[in-house]
Design a protein around this ligand. Structure first.
Ligand SMILES: Nc1nc2c(ncn2[C@@H]2O[C@H](COP(=O)(O)OP(=O)(O)OP(=O)(O)O)[C@@H](O)[C@H]2O)c(=O)[nH]1
Ligand SMILES: [Mg+2]
Length: 633
């Protein structure tokens, strides 16, 4: 059976509760104080089954709201999930302040359907009723209640006059209302929390999307508490399942009444995140004062309410009647998703000043104003596909993991896969593990990968390659994305991967890990020794490697002139020999000649080193032997 939620709206005492009772037989004023004072304080509920024009049964859930100006916040908690509104105007009073305020709220919340109901028509004569009708027709002109699409029905809840016509009209318009989306994730904004004897904790709300089944686990937002659904009632009857658009009561295990309150939302576990920042499009009512950057406001969305600061992008204020982008910074984290409507009320005195729609509940910081403007314009007016593409692209080469797309958009994985399939086949978007990445950003990353490896090899010509993990960390790339990028680079022969080392193809002999380690050990043994080098065989003996492989490394070090052999058993590091040459050149200024004794003193080495070193210097034309002395050239 199709379920439609019908809300009331209108000034205090205009007969909203009486109308709901005349339609359903249920008194929605459930509080003792309401009955005593004869006014509605908090939202109340009723239900009715009506045959639609095509004969199908329609289940109407009513949310009756208070008209008193002091209880607008309660009205807002009820009106968020409705599909259709009855704007109630008493014929004897016509349009009053909360008629305007409630009507503004309905428009700001983008309520699409409704009926204007003139109540108490038994209290006025025909002429007065006609005048009020004209006034009201003028009042709603151009809105969703324009008489061209939404009728004005005059009734008396006292005499029953006009009730049949109202029921027929209600059935027709409810039948036209589009059904809420049951295929999506469930979200239940909580509007009441209480204990029921023998049951424990019970919460109620209008299920705005999805389906909740008995025994489902749910998460409470904000706060991440987990609860389990022990029992369900839909429109006051026991059920095993509640679907989008139904008034739902859940008996919950895992939370006490103190832990839950109006304004919290139930949704599937580990799927969404509460947010403290939302980028929105907001419209300021013509009747409001200009809204300044950094103004504090009351934010209402579904049943939630929090204080928020309005941060305007690139401008100082929004003028009355104007629409613009803004960021709302919430005092308390709230579960909000793109498309959610909200109302803003002035901080003090508290009156409704505007409202709008959430465009992005996961805003990025440090984004240029023009880029943000472009992104939000797509969020506002783009197709699902365009929005997904923009969301992926704004994350650059890191892309977006699919579960984050779910959290950002509220779309299910199958819906995301369908929306992205065209982009994947056209290679506009690529898939890296569980992540979707903008193809241009990905190829930019491939270039960066290549450049980083090239630069490393230029800087460290003797290193066999750069460690894979070091490379990834330097590029700040998520592991799955890095893996895919490296694989693509190897496949396209831009890079080589040997063991854990990445290098340019055909560059040097790439060593295995333990070989690279030994190479470093050999090199550092010689570089740290200066001219007092150890015997090569001793260094080799200290390595974990076998002789053959160790010898291979030495050969490579000699080939690359990292080590230099100056006699059969003496090997030096090139840095030590370079330092020696410099020192000798410096000695020339003191005396152009040098003998073995002075050479030994200068360097603090024994004859065993001094002779081969001097012979080496002769060979290198740094010195020339003349008798027992050397001339420094
Ligand atoms: N004569 C007459 N009296 C009505 C009619 N509808 C409501 N009333 C009376 O008007 C008074 C207010 O009606 P309610 O239904 O409580 O008004 P309301 O809009 O729900 O008021 P709030 O919820 O406090 O905003 C009550 O005394 C009703 O009996 C009607 O059609 N004819
Ligand atoms: Mg009432």
């Amino acid at each position: 059976m199709k379920s439609v939620i019908v809300g009331t709206a209108g000034h205090i005492d205009h007969g909203k509760t009486a109308l709901v009772k005349a339609l359903t037989g249920i008194d929605a004023d459930r509080l003792e104080e309401e009955k005593r004072r004869g006014i509605t304080i908090d939202i109340g509920f009723a239900h009715l089954v009506l045959p639609s024009p095509n004969g199908e049964a329609l289940r109407l859930g009513f949310v009756d709201v208070p008209g008193h100006e002091r209880f607008v916040r309660n009205m807002l908690a009820g009106i968020g999930g409705i599909d259709l509104v009855l704007v109630v105007i008493a014929a004897d009073e016509s349009i009053k302040p909360q008629t305007r305020e409630h009507f503004d709220i309905c428009r700001l919340l983008s309520v699409r359907r409704g009926i204007t109901v003139l109540t108490k028509c038994d209290m006025v004569d025909r002429d007065t009723l006609d005048v009020v009708r004209l006034e009201v027709a003028d009042f709603v002109r151009g809105s969703f209640l324009d008489t061209s699409q939404a009728p004005i029905v005059a009734v008396s809840s006292l005499t029953g006059e006009g009730m049949d016509e109202l029921k027929r009209t209600l059935a027709r318009i409810a039948a036209e209302a589009s059904a809420r989306d049951s295929s999506n994730f469930p979200r239940l904004p909580i509007d009441r929390v209480f204990t029921m004897k023998g049951f424990g904790t019970v919460v109620t709300g209008t299920l705005i999307s999805g389906v909740i089944n008995k025994d489902d686990d749910l998460e409470v937002f904000p706060g991440q508490q987990r609860v389990r659904v022990r029992g369900i009632q839909v429109h006051s009857e026991a059920a095993t399942q509640a679907s989008a658009g139904e008034r739902t009561a859940l008996n919950l295990a895992g939370a006490t009444v103190d832990e839950l309150s109006r304004g919290m939302t139930l949704a599937p576990p580990a799927t969404f995140r509460s947010t403290s920042r939302v980028d929105v499009e907001l419209t300021l009512l013509a009747s409001a004062k200009p809204l300044k950057d950094r103004a504090r406001v009351h934010l209402h969305a579904y049943t939630s309410e929090t204080i928020a600061t309005v941060v305007l992008h690139n401008k100082k204020q929004i003028k009355p009647g104007e629409t613009g982008f803004a960021q709302l910074r919430l005092a308390e984290p709230t579960l909000l998703l793109p498309g959610d409507r909200f109302i803003l009320r002035q901080f003090s005195p508290v009156i409704t000043i505007g409202g709008g729609a959430v465009l992005d509940a996961s805003p990025m910081s440090k984004i240029k104003p023009e880029a943000l403007e472009k992104f939000l314009t797509i969020c506002k007016a783009g197709s699902v596909e365009q929005i997904l593409l923009a969301r992926i692209a704004r994350r650059g080469f890191r892309g977006l993991p699919v579960d984050q797309i779910v959290a950002e958009t509220g779309l299910t994985q199958p819906a995301i896969a369908t929306a992205l399939s065209k982009f994947l086949s056209e290679k506009v978007v690529i898939r890296a593990g569980d992540r979707f990445v903008d193809a241009a950003a990905f190829s930019g990353f491939l270039s960066r990968l290549f450049v980083t490896v090239s630069e490393f090899q230029k800087r460290e010509p003797l290193a066999p390659g750069i460690n894979k993990e070091t490379l990834r960390e330097g590029l700040e790339a998520p592991p799955d994305l890095f893996g895919v990028a490296l694989e693509a680079s190897v496949r396209s022969k831009n890079l080589d991967l040997v063991g854990d080392l990445v290098r340019l193809p055909g560059r040097g002999v790439v060593m295995k890990d333990d070989e690279a380690e030994s190479r470093n050990a050999i090199e550092s043994a010689f570089s740290s020794a200066g001219l007092k080098v150890p015997a090569l065989k001793d260094v080799l003996a200290s390595l974990k490697l076998d002789k053959v492989r160790a010898q291979k490394i030495v050969t490579l070090l000699l080939r690359d002139k990292v080590l230099i052999k100056i006699s059969e058993d003496l090997v030096f590091h090139r840095d030590a020999l370079a330092a020696l040459r410099k020192q000798i050149a410096g000695e020339k200024t003191k005396s152009p000649k040098i003998d073995v004794a002075r050479f030994k003193d200068m360097l603090g080495v024994t004859r065993k080193y001094a002779i081969p070193l001097l012979e080496y210097l002769d060979r290198e034309h740094v010195t020339r032997r003349v008798g027992d002395e050397r001339i420094i050239l």
